[in-house]
Design a binder for this molecule. Sequence first.
Ligand SMILES: CCCCCc1ccc(-c2ccc(S(=O)(=O)CCO)cc2)cc1/C=C\c1ccccn1
Length: 240
Amino acid sequence: ACQHRLWPEIESVVKQQVAWARTGIGECGQGWQLFAEDGEMRMYRREEEVDGMAVDPLKAVHTVPGITGHEVCHYFFGPQYRYDWETTLEQMTVLETVSDDTLVFLQTHKRIWPASQRDVLFWSHMRKLPNENDRDGPDLWTVVNNSTTHLDYPPNVGKCVRIYLKVCLLCQTRVDPPKDGAPLTRDNISCKITYCSVVNPGGWAPASVLRAVYKREYPKFLKRFTAYVVNQTKNKPIMF
Ligand SMILES: CCCCCc1ccc(-c2ccc(S(=O)(=O)CCO)cc2)cc1/C=C\c1ccccn1
């Protein structure tokens, strides 16, 4: 995989996206609006437009008990699970298996009236990162999705408008060992999740429609996805 044409871009985008995900909301400076809250989940967005199109950066933080960062990234990255949790997905194809931790996807998402249907072509890379703050703490895990090109699938040929996205899912496992030295159970672990995304809708879509879609769909997506991981892992050994 180190010789693959995408490797240099993957290296630089992963470093950039992880640094961005690690930057707290406060440190990011002004402009972040809290637009959704549900229990431990907080979702922020910044209203930004490019060529009159809303491309609002989104940053969500969530803490989920009973699962690890490796498990969250495993179920987010794996194509075999995606139809189970990605509600707006209509069609998903793995165009290329670059390596066991890097895939190229083509996805079409359900049409959202009155905008035209969208598709997205992106590489997806999963990686374990050393825990710089706490050397003997559990590692971080991340999945970065970044739009790319593929000669056989040029944009805007069929009925779909090609969107462009950058997504980073950064996960930090927290272990609170039981007092009496008993073996670790899922009651002693939790995962701090940071989900960042910037989606350029490609062709024109009314900013009001886009913002309504994001306001409705993002909280639903993160809640549904994390509940899916809890449900898939509850009777399985902990994957650190
Ligand atoms: C007019 C409507 C334009 C938006 C359509 C759309 C574009 C992109 C995407 C999308 C969102 C998350 C990813 S991912 O995080 O990489 C996970 C892998 O699937 C990839 C694609 C979705 C949706 C449509 C709805 C929507 C919007 C947010 C959240 C959820 N659904």
